[in-house]
Design a protein around this ligand. Structure first.
Ligand code: ATP
Ligand code: MG
Length: 478
């Protein structure tokens, strides 16, 4: 395969994958400079099982300063002790010096790392057997022969599609609680089962999951949502006792009854809505986040089968959660809007003006996703997707947009300058409220969007205001 390096031979029925062309020169440079170098980690694992492999990692006995000398355009990520080497057109290969982890504190990353000269030691500090396989060689080994280093029998687990902790599972989860969430995410993403002993250890270490940083939770969450049936990972979180420490707001949905059919509590409704969203719009993480969080305000607003204001409370909770998880601002705003407006409550009797007010309120960019969320919500409630007239509403929205009806201040036939020149309104709060009022009138009746009509409106409003303020003041001096 191209300039890639092929492993020596198939072993145990699994053929070692070939190393991609952009990674090979980095390995070659390390070998020819007297260093051991191996590809390791997630990309190698994925390549073994035929998943598209990205983000290749290289492990070596070369120390970071040596790496920077060998790869002058590399960048040293001090926080992670990783050297990022630009490779190929736009790829980055992360090159990390062999290490053994030292003391852990607070169930989070080790206090300090110690560099090592041994690939075996480096693999022993990794989390799961399928992530602890290396393919490469020492500098002295014959160039043609790559060695597969697999001390924990990760390939057997790959064949069995099984996730198993390296070493003593209890200790590994005690050391670093992030591994708990990684286990669920990897099992979901890869479609692997978690080995029983690893699973038992996860259950007992689950309370430490409160120490996982919200940003890391956010990163793992995205990956858990980007699968065809995301409910699986969340069921696993609930079953292992990880849901409450990681997502306390979601855990409150378990057992909360609502009128969505027997045996379907709010949590089950959320999971079904999530799967429906993933089916309707595969890979749309914004929608999946909204589906996961759409009813997050319900436990707080529960009262005799109604959840009044759960959309408002939910939007507020979602905003806080997304901020803590460092979800990018634009995406977080979109999710919050979706949660806020998911109770559309459409009826066929709606006037066209009501349809236009919905478009204005939600925003035309958010609407298509909102309607998909409503469909998913319906499916999650055991109803047909388009129940409640979603398809009809979609068609009516399209018709309004097609007509090019005014929806924002920019669409008005007048602007602030016109109001200033023709009606003597100075820029300021009054001008803002007059423009808002014009927009409201034009959304109710788009035919009014003519310059002279709008200016006449403004003049008459100003006259009424002057009149009534004169009356109110009871001013006799005029
Ligand atoms: P992904 O496909 O999401 O990149 P990954 O397994 O490659 O999954 P990375 O975060 O890229 O995840 O980590 C690269 C490798 O580093 C892992 O395969 C594993 O060997 C090791 N690793 C990552 N996080 C941990 C951890 N918390 N504890 C032990 N080893 C870890
Ligand atoms: Mg990776």
């Amino acid at each position: 395969m191209g300039g890639g390096v092929d492993a020596a031979s198939p072993q145990d029925g699994i053929v070692a994958p070939s190393i991609p062309e952009h990674v090979t020169p980095i390995l070659a440079r390390l070998w020819s400079s007297g260093h051991a170098a191996y590809v390791v980690g997630g990309a190698l694992r994925d390549a073994f099982i035929g998943r598209p492999a990205t983000d290749w990692d290289v492990a070596t006995d070369a120390r970071p300063d040596r790496l920077l000398a060998l790869f002058p355009d590399a960048h040293y990520e001090n926080r992670f002790g990783t050297v990022q080497v630009p490779a190929g057109d736009r790829e980055i290969v992360e090159v990390t010096t062999f290490r053994r982890d030292m003391a852990y504190r607070d169930h989070r990353r080790p206090d300090h790392v110690e560099f090592s000269d041994s690939i075996a030691e480096d693999l022993a500090r990794r989390d799961f057997t399928v992530n602890a396989i290396a393919l490469g060689r020492t500098a002295e080994a014959p160039a043609a022969l790559l060695e597969l280093v697999d001390p924990f029998d990760g390939r057997a687990d790959l064949t069995a599609r099984r996730l198993r902790a390296v070493g003593v599972p209890e200790e590994r989860f005690e050391e670093d609680a992030l591994r708990l969430l990684r286990a669920v995410r990897l099992a979901t993403q890869l479609g692997f089962v978690i080995d029983p002993m690893t699973l038992t250890a996860m259950r007992s270490a689950a309370p430490h999951a409160t120490t996982i940083s919200p940003e890391r939770v956010g990163q793992e969450l995205r990956k858990m949502l980007a699968v065809p049936e995301p409910s699986g990972g969340f069921r696993m979180l609930a079953e292992t006792g990880l849901l409450a420490p990681i997502f306390p707001l979601l855990a409150q949905q378990i057992g909360l009854e609502q009128r969505k059919g027997p045996g379907v509590d709010l949590w089950e409704h959320t999971l079904r809505t999530l799967d429906a969203a993933a089916r309707l719009a595969p890979g749309d993480i914004t929608l999946a986040l909204a589906a996961l969080l759409h009813d997050v305000g319900k436990p707080e607003t529960a009262g005799d089968g109604h959840f009044i204001g759960h959309d408002v409370v939910g939007a507020h909770r979602a905003a806080g959660l997304l901020r803590r998880m460092a979800v990018p601002r634009r995406e977080a705003d979109a999710v919050v809007d979706l949660v806020r407006w998911h109770m559309v409550g459409y009826r066929s009797q709606w006037t066209d003006a009501a349809v236009r007010r919905l478009i204005q309120k939600v925003g035309r960019d958010t609407l298509p996703r909102l309607l998909t969320l409503c469909e998913a919500d319906n499916i999650g409630s055991g109803k047909p997707g388009d129940s409640g007239g979603i398809d009809e509403l979609r068609a009516r929205i399209a018709a309004e947009l097609e007509r090019g009806v005014p929806l924002t201040l920019r669409d008005l036939a007048v602007d602030g300058d016109d109001l200033q020149e023709s009606c003597g309104v100075a820029p300021g709060p009054l001008m803002g409220s007059l423009l808002d009022r014009l927009l409201e009138a034009v959304i109710a009746d788009p035919a009014r969007n003519e310059r002279e009509t709008l200016l006449a409106d403004v003049r008459s409003w100003l006259a009424v205001d002057a009149d009534s303020s004169g009356t109110q003041a009871g001013s006799g001096d005029r």
